[in-house]
Design a protein around this ligand. Sequence first.
Ligand SMILES: [Zn+2]
Length: 217
Amino acid sequence: MTPPSNRVPKYCRFCGALLVVTPQDDGRRVAQCATVGCVGAAAGAPGGPELLVLAFIFAENHMLLLKRGIPPYAGRWAPPGGFVEPYETTEAAAIRETAEEVGIRLELERLIPFAISSLSLINQVYVTYLIKLDRMVEPQPCAPEALDARWFPERAFPMNDIWEPSYQFDMNAVFERLRTGRFEFYQRTDRFLRVISDGEQVRYLEQRDTKPRGNID
Ligand SMILES: [Zn+2]
């Protein structure tokens, strides 16, 4: 598996086209779609960040991934997840998306907060949950969102064929956490990606040298 890098999401979530990155006067960067006719391009000036959830589901030292059927990252393996709907909790969104995409019903109590990732460049915030099941339940992939769904062990994890936002995590460390039961929490800001573990130990996976002006994190 490759270590996390400083890559940022590059593709429009509506049409899959390359995003155009524009520096702002205050030093921030903004990535927007420039495809004529795309919802992402027509959206105009965005409001606050969009809220998304991811469900990292594990059982018997395997992780559940689905093969995405729609852009962005169509054809790549990714965990269940998606946009939080109005008046929905993040937990309910993770449970709903998992049911819709792979036909597995998660119990609320099993959702353990695992990461908050603020991706200011694309105006999105991801909340990730870790879910441990007792056994590998047979997934029922639901097209068009999911073309396939499988349980992957660490040694056969499809790192070369995985959805790009996986850069937010150190997947080897995620599997290691599952084995040891050690508590870990990921935090991504504009300036760093770090893992906080038991006893407030902090490990930095990425750091940026220059702090964007106008951004507080
Ligand atoms: Zn687009």
